[in-house]
Ligand binder design. Structure first.
Ligand code: B12
Ligand code: SF4
Length: 495
């Protein structure tokens, strides 16, 4: 069978497509897990943001797929709906399947779209079984984790338990299925690699728990090394490790670092997300090993520096500094210092605009980011489907926008008890642009040619909405912010 898998073109503020265009890890994994005689094409539409319609039309013509799959996050819902109707119009008989976080957690929305199947939760095995059933002309009735159209109605099969990742139930990704190119991170070809799935924490804003429960499963280090080697052989010189929380098992993480060095794969720039508590507690041994293995950027889920906010976000435990098993404070600064000492850069994930936030509490977080983090990744709390935080915000009547296309993390869609959503977003936006400038020199030192060729676009993105008048102080930040918001709105129209 011919199968076309699409990820959505929508990108967001902190990952400008000039500097960062990453492959979607889910689609290569799905491609690697269907029976090998099928012909599968993976197209990451972020690579063709301005030619979405024509690219889909071309691929549909060339491949003539019987099955079309879409991977969708919540803020990409509007684009996905347009793509579903485009595909339906181009080939009415195609079986259209949706999967990923939004179809899994808001499947009722997709039931009204006329799609043929909704894959809930992990998709590798479910999609393999779906393709087999299509090939044999069988019904989808026995496939766990699937909601499907039968006659005029949607049928919801039981959930599929998460995979333990043992054995070869889930095979390695098939990167050769990708039909578009141009993946980049600061000019270096980039790929994504998974080493584990899941997390045992329960931060209230995170979709992961609703998606798969609290659990943590790992692949063998040998499998991970083979996967990194595959990515490298296909040109990758930067790798984003997309694990939900690799730092849950520090000894395993250390073993992986050693294996990367032993396999001669330390010439790659690695980017990873980690918990401050693990880094603070084990940094003295872990951080030098990470650096030796090539880790360059560590995304730390700091979330907030104020205790009250951490309690609301249920992120206190993962940011706790412990001594002899007792919590003695917050691990954030210790974690940042140890990473810095070992030559790595900190991408600081913070969430501002929580229910009790005031101008002062937001300012405290912005001041912290300015002082400590290398690249700010500051977001607003966003009520994604199914998270405990969403329930909380709804009960407090603080959600100001139900338009999920705005749920991109940097558009404030909730207000606090003291500040309007617009004001919260303005405070973050105004401060964050300038913080980003400070990381300019390390980037120049590492990738001078890239910066030279793209300086104009990089600055253009960071300072969207500015004009020569604003630089000379002849118009207010508010006017620039209003222009930025208009640009952002227009950017969301991909087809
Ligand atoms: C890596 C990652 C990123 C990378 C993206 C790299 C890339 N190109 O994919 C970066 C850092 C850029 C990123 C950014 C953002 N991300 Co992000 N990200 C993740 C993360 C950590 C892992 C995703 C991943 O690759 N997993 C591995 C793959 C194999 O698993 P998977 O995606 O779940 O796919 C499986 C199933 O979902 C399913 N499936 C998926 N698609 C499809 C399609 C079909 C057809 C089928 C059948 C099945 C299927 O099968 C797959 C295999 O089992 C998750 C989860 C987390 N803990 O935080 C968040 C997560 C996906 N991100 C999220 C968000 C919100 C964002 C941002 C909007 C804001 C932010 N938080 O930074 C931006 C926007 C990204 C953009 N497009 O511009 C949310 C999504 C919530 C939601 N309801 O939509 C998550 C869940 C985190 C959270 N806050 O809860 N992200
Ligand atoms: S520690 Fe990270 S992955 Fe785990 S629940 Fe919290 S935000 Fe999600």
């Amino acid at each position: 069978m011919n199968i076309l898998l699409l990820s959505m073109p929508d990108s967001f503020e902190h990952t400008s497509t000039v500097t960062m265009r990453m492959p979607n890890g889910a689609l290569a994994s799905l491609a690697g897990n269907i029976d090998q005689h099928h012909h599968v094409a993976v197209a990451d539409l972020v690579l063709v943001q301005r030619q979405v319609r024509s690219t889909i039309e071309r691929l549909m013509r060339q491949l003539d797929p019987e099955i079309v799959g879409l991977s969708i996050m919540t803020f990409q819902r509007g684009t996905a709906e347009k793509i579903v109707s485009l595909v339906r119009g181009l080939k009415p008989s195609a079986t259209i399947v949706v999967g990923g976080y939004d179809p899994s957690l808001a499947s009722e929305v997709y039931e009204c779209w006329g799609v043929d199947a909704i894959v809930r939760g992990e998709g590798d095995v479910t999609f393999r079984e779906l393709v087999r059933a299509c090939e044999r002309g069988e019904s989808f009735a026995g496939i766990a984790g699937l909601t499907y159209r039968s006659g005029g109605r949607m049928v919801k099969n039981p959930d599929r338990p998460v995979s333990s990742l043992a054995g070869d139930e889930i095979r390695r990704p098939n990167r050769s299925a990708r039909v578009l190119d141009g993946y980049t991170f600061l000019g270096r070809p980039i790929d994504v690699v998974e080493t584990s799935r899941g997390c045992t924490y329960d931060c209230s804003f995170c979709s992961i728990i609703e998606m798969r429960g609290r659990n943590f499963h790992t692949w063998s280090v040998d499998r991970v090394i083979a996967d990194i080697a595959d990515a490298r052989a296909r040109g990758a010189r930067a790798i984003f490790i997309v694990d939900d929380n690799i730092s849950l098992n520090v000894p395993r993480f250390e073993k992986l670092c050693r294996a990367i060095v032993d396999a001669g794969l330390a010439d790659i720039d690695y980017i990873v997300q980690a918990m401050t508590s693990s880094i603070a507690a084990h940094g003295d041994t872990l951080a030098p090993m990470m650096r030796q293995a090539g880790f360059r950027y560590v995304f730390l889920g700091i979330e907030n520096i104020l205790d009250e906010d951490l309690v609301f976000l249920r992120a206190r435990a993962k940011n706790a500094q412990r001594e002899a098993g007792r919590q003695v404070g917050n691990a954030t600064t210790t974690a940042i210092q140890v990473l810095h000492r070992h030559g790595m850069y900190v991408v600081g994930g913070l969430i501002v605009g929580n229910p009790t936030d005031t101008r002062e509490s937001i300012d405290a977080n912005l001041t912290f980011a300015r002082e400590y983090v290398d690249w700010p990744y500051i977001q607003h709390p966003t009520p994604y489907p199914g998270t405990p935080m969403t329930k909380d915000f709804r009960e407090r009547h603080l959600i100001v926008s139900d338009d999920v296309n705005e749920y991109d993390g940097t558009t404030a869609v909730v207000k606090s008890e003291h500040l309007d959503a617009e004001e919260i977003e303005f405070l973050r936006w105004r401060a964050e642009r300038w913080m980003k400038l400070r990381h300019f020199w390390p980037v120049v030192a590492h990738d001078p040619w890239f910066v030279l060729r793209h300086l104009h676009q990089m600055l253009g993105h960071t300072f969207r909405g500015s004009s020569w008048r604003s630089f000379f102080g002849l118009e207010s930040d508010r006017a620039v912010f209003a222009r930025y918001k208009d640009i952002r709105r227009a950017e969301r129209q991909y087809l």
